[in-house]
Design a binder for this molecule. Sequence first.
Ligand code: GLU
Length: 498
Amino acid sequence: MPTNPPARTARVRYAPSPTGSVHVGNAHTALFNYLFSRRHQGRFVYRLEDTDRSREVAGAADTQMAQLRLLGITWDEGPDVGGPYGPYRQSERSQRYQEALDRVEASGRGYRCYCSAERLAAMRAEQAQAGRPPRYDGRCRHLSSGERAVHANDPYVLRLAVPEIGETVVSDLIRGDVHFQHSELDDFVIQKSDGTPLYNFGVVVDDHEMAITHVIRGDEHLANTPKQLLLYDALGWKPPVFAHIPMLLAADRAKLSKRHGATALVDFLEQGILPEALVNYLGLLGFSPPDGREMLDLDELCQVFDLTRVQRSAAVYDPKKLEWLNTQYLKGWPAARVADRVRPVLAARGILPDAPPEAPPTIDFVAAVDMVRERAHTLVDLAAGLAFLYAPITTYDPAGAAKHFGPGAAERLRDLAAALEETSDWSHDALEARYSELAEAWHVSRGALIHPTRLAITGTTVGPSLFACLAALGPALVVPRLHSAAAWILQEHSEPEA
Ligand code: GLU
């Protein structure tokens, strides 16, 4: 059975390649490492796996770090913050890899393979045709020294000599013991002909030299782990503890990809998901706290996180659940905190310019946020819901106009404007009472006043309580909007000019 980690200082790492923005699956891995390190008062190392220059995207390394920080995830050592086990960029560690490669070769556990690309391709094609998995046939493993001498000046790759019999057992903290038969592994390449080490080799050297105690990563790497354990053995090093966390799948159980919608962290944030909600959601993806709580902030997650409570089966990403959580935060936080988050969204959309042309300082922004948040699932919804406060209304929902802006509506709106100009108490309740009085005095239903007013002051037929909207806008905005809607109606119903 998996047990809790020992009490020595835990050191974990997150090791992304700078190939693009942070995918939600990587954020999940980074978060679990962060939570584990905080839970165990350990150290969290950020290591950049930047040896594959062909896949590197300029600026991605910095962008990725900035994106994780948006979630509140920080690290104790890394390329940007330094630390005692640096350098933290693989591209700066070539010397260390070479030393370790030399040791593996000198010990006889690694050997030079001179097979040409053509030979390997032909071998693979033959294996594929025979329905066998692609596997190196070990030809160069048993070359005599005389045969090697012939190749002295030829290019070569370095391979690890995997024992022919037996097995390697990965004792995984989450998955338990996973057995890999050596007969299923071939002599894999550890150094390319250009001298660069392969992923499995670099990672072992780094994890060892950075004194990593727990490797927590996505379970798509499980198949690499026996190879890494064989390398630890070849180098005479004690391996870390492994914990392979479940991969994120979409609802259709396929690997989460672009076709499922947002997959990059920034996509979620751009859609108006709060970083706090995203962290909460990712923290509970594949992990459940003992008390079954559903809303936990980053600190609370750090307190309860426990690798032994991480599930083995794939975690299914559910956008509805994420949105639900987001809604809970938007409703549950103090309105002022939500207001602080929505302000940049409004500014980015040009809804809330630095000096709003129409909006007088009378609008109580926090109160307005409080008013519209009831219906909002995201910050973007919230911004859309607030837009009517700040922009002059120039268009009216057509279906609403057909229904509520008939020929007589212009006069009604002007009467309302006049009546409201006389109204001194602009609180929600007083306005509500005033509309009841007017409806009674004019022998119409309240709806006959409420619907055209809403359309005139918001441009739409749906939204929060009309009286809250009126109160938020105040007479300085409401009265002119009623008049411009009246003018619009008259224009619409006037005879077209000859
Ligand atoms: N660069 C690898 C990745 O991004 C790291 C794998 C590991 O954690 O060992 O998946």
